[in-house]
Design a protein around this ligand. Structure first.
Ligand SMILES: C[S@@+](CC[C@H](N)C(=O)[O-])C[C@H]1O[C@@H](n2cnc3c(N)ncnc32)[C@H](O)[C@@H]1O
Length: 183
């Protein structure tokens, strides 16, 4: 586990930083079968809780224990169950062909791309959205290794059926399905 990352994010959440419900999720979640969902780097949990309210059985993890605490409190308040885990993505136990829906918002770990594909059930949906390199135009100090290159998501997930792909200004969005004949 990268303790520096964890400390940095814990500090941000202690200072009041919060995540919010993602508009792309609202637009596309209904394309997924209502089964098991995984929220990667879930932050303070709004997207996980939304999916739980819609009837998904949700696993969610984040490196920050502060974020997980906030998400747990929010889930309790909203009266839904989310399986929240404090975990670095490196040690999260991705299961093969397990999830009907995987979401990855505003977080980039290139080592997990193949694990994400493997962890989708056949017919499962991936919604991935984060900043791309154009983000440097407005935030030159942003760490380039956390930014997507042009066309990167489409290339990386080319084995999946692309349902929607957009590189709008500084944000790249991919919605893709694992075909039921994926091998
Ligand atoms: C910009 S936030 C995005 C949160 C949420 N996905 C959203 O879009 O609302 C990035 C999140 O990644 C988490 N994170 C950073 N490094 C991580 C790692 N190695 N493993 C798991 N989570 C990590 C942070 O704690 C933070 O909550």
């Amino acid at each position: 586990m990268d303790l520096k990352d964890r400390d940095r994010w814990n500090e941000k959440y202690k200072q009041g930083w919060r995540t919010s419900l993602n508009a792309t999720l609202l637009r596309f979640y209904q394309l997924a079968s209502k089964g098991k969902a995984l929220d990667i780097a879930c932050g303070s949990g709004d997207n996980s809780i939304f999916l739980a309210e819609k009837g998904f059985s949700v696993d969610a993890f984040d490196i920050s224990d502060e974020a997980i605490k906030i998400a747990n409190a929010l889930a309790l308040k909203r009266g839904v169950k989310v399986n929240l885990l404090m975990s670095d993505i490196e040690s999260f136990p991705f299961k093969g062909e397990y999830y009907d829906l995987i979401i990855n918002f505003y977080f980039l770990d290139r080592n997990s791309f193949s694990k994400i594909t493997a962890s989708l059930k056949q017919g499962g949906l991936l919604i991935f959205e984060t900043y791309n390199e154009k983000h440097l135009l407005s935030k030159p100090s942003f760490n380039r290794s956390y930014l997507l290159r042009e066309g990167e998501l489409r290339e990386v997930f080319k084995e999946l059926e692309i349902v929607y792909y957009e590189e709008a200004s500084n944000i790249t969005t991919l919605v893709a399905k694992k075909s039921s004949t994926f091998s």
